[in-house]
Design a protein. Structure first.
Length: 296
């Protein structure tokens, strides 16, 4: 059997896609079950480009599960790099596969690079996702530290920033700020993202605590820049706030375009996230490529 791989070059390939978003965090969703898909990093960047492509924060690829799950789900950031997890993307994923008739289930098991997730479509259209158990050990994030601590001090531009560090299947560094509207997200965020103590880079979260059940949040995402919302970032912020004694177990997380609801009962328990997922439009794009033949 022959597989065709498409890389940058002279061949042209037509690819069907769906544009979706979760609170403004937007995605190009591609069905890799009913069409052959093999994209280079250059082509992924082309899809994500807001001037020369479709435009998105992440590209989501739906594939057949390799294990006992219902589907496999791959996430590529706008820079073309593959990442482990995406909470807003997970909600869009279950909305897509249900609306397209790929499953009749309202609760599905999905393989990701960061582990198994279990999205659930509610009768009200809201989607809840079991995001798994957060990880705090530095080696599992990964983060360069001698031992686990509640907070860490990070040297950024000759100043010390206090952060909480947690993995929600992908790494997050969360700091508490007085006002997210005036936080140094765009200047400081890239420095935290690429800080040498995070070998695989990190998502930088800025959390303003309004009260014990309500926070505001901005996130500078690894490989995408600041996004309008971030599902795993919301989970990471709530988890870190609960651990620091700032928040209750159920919290509303407000972004610029709407709210997510996050619940965590504590150590060794999974995090549940609930929010919307919206389909914007369907389309087809022609990509340049070069055909290579591979025996499989």
């Amino acid at each position: 059997m022959l597989a065709i791989r498409l890389n940058q070059g002279s061949l042209r390939m037509k690819l069907k896609f769906t544009k979706m978003h979760g609170l403004g965090n937007d995605f190009v969703v591609i069905d890799g079950i009913n069409q052959a898909v093999s994209l280079s990093s250059e082509q992924l960047r082309q899809l994500a480009d807001r001037r020369y492509g479709i435009g998105c924060d992440q590209v989501l690829l739906i594939e057949t599960a390799q294990g006992e799950a219902d589907f496999r789900y791959r996430i590529f950031n706008a820079d073309g790099g593959e990442v482990e997890q995406c909470g807003n993307g997970a909600r869009c994923f279950v909305r897509y596969v249900y609306d397209r008739g790929l499953t009749a289930k309202t609760e599905i098991r999905v393989e990701t690079r960061g582990g198994l997730i279990i999205p659930r479509l509610g009768s009200d259209g809201q989607i809840s996702v079991n995001m798994g158990i957060p990880k705090f050990e530095p080696s599992r994030i990964p983060f360069m530290a001698e031992k686990r601590a509640l907070t860490y001090s990070l040297d950024i531009s000759n100043k010390q920033v206090k952060i909480s560090v947690v993995s929600m299947g992908n790494p997050h560094a969360v700091q508490v700020v007085e006002d997210v509207n005036h936080a140094s997200v765009l200047t400081e965020g890239p420095l935290i993202e690429s800080h040498p103590r995070f070998p695989h880079r990190v998502n930088a979260g800025y959390m303003q605590v309004l009260d014990r059940r309500h926070i505001k949040l901005r996130v500078y995402e690894r490989g995408a820049g600041e996004t309008l919302s971030c599902g795993t970032g919301a989970c990471a912020a709530v988890v870190s706030g609960i651990q620091r004694g700032l928040l209750e177990h159920g919290v509303k997380v407000s972004f610029r375009r709407g709210d997510l609801f996050v619940r965590w009962e504590g150590e060794n328990q999974p995090v549940w996230m609930t929010g919307p997922a919206v389909t914007v439009f369907d389309g087809e794009i022609e990509l340049k490529g070069q055909m290579e033949r591979h025996e499989i």
